[in-house]
Design a protein around this ligand. Sequence first.
Ligand code: G5P
Length: 225
Amino acid sequence: WRMANKIFRAVILGPPGSGKGTISARIAQSFGLQHLSSGDLVRGDVAANTEAGILAKTYIHKNLLVPDHVMTCLLLPKLEKMTKHSWVLDGFPRTLAQATALNNICDLDVVISLNVPFETLKERLSDRWIHPASGRVYNSQFNPPRVHGVDDISREALVQLDDDKPEALLSRLRHYKDIAKPVIDLYRAKGILHSFSGTETDKIWPYISSLLGSKIPVQQAFATP
Ligand code: G5P
């Protein structure tokens, strides 16, 4: 049918801690989409000391957004290479300039915006632990590791990102709202924005799953390597 050879492209927008990574991982698993996380990609470049990584490092450590040109240089070439596989992107675009740059290389099929109340975000993020080498994310209540403070698979220690410490949170969340608004408005105007509100990922997920189920032919999503 019409979608048979078409690549499906989805973007997940939402404030820090809204569950973009968690939802994207479920989408990837359920629909066979490749999951790209801007945060994981930046952290990967920082760890590998690439040119973009060295530039990005100072911003991440100060809880600032990485400049648009660094983000686009880092991310767009990866997306341009994805000519055969459908994907879901989380954490990008964050700004109108990033959205415009993305728009220049591809058309998105769906943009999902997650609305989660501030108090919920605060609780979640101050309780988040990650395994830096793999990007695996845990939460002591929602998805705790089998052994406290230890990654399930590698058995290495979990760490808390500087970004998630309480003093950094409030300013991150405030800043998010200001810069996200024009991005959300842009996708709403294009008619591809779908917003979901709630305090629990498990309750939001069935709605997102049914939306995507109506848009992605399952065979197509899994068909191409
Ligand atoms: P990131 O990595 O994109 P954030 O801050 O936007 O960082 P984050 O923090 O990874 O996004 P998320 O992906 O929205 O949040 O949420 P998540 O990780 O899935 O869930 C958050 C926590 O809540 C987890 O512990 C999860 O298990 C838990 N959780 C999920 N659902 C539930 C639930 O229902 N109940 C409970 N109790 N818990 C739940 O970006 C990092 C940095 O990289 C740079 C910036 O410096 C940024 O700060 N960067 C960019 N800079 C410029 N432009 C860009 N496009 C950039 N992208 C990254």
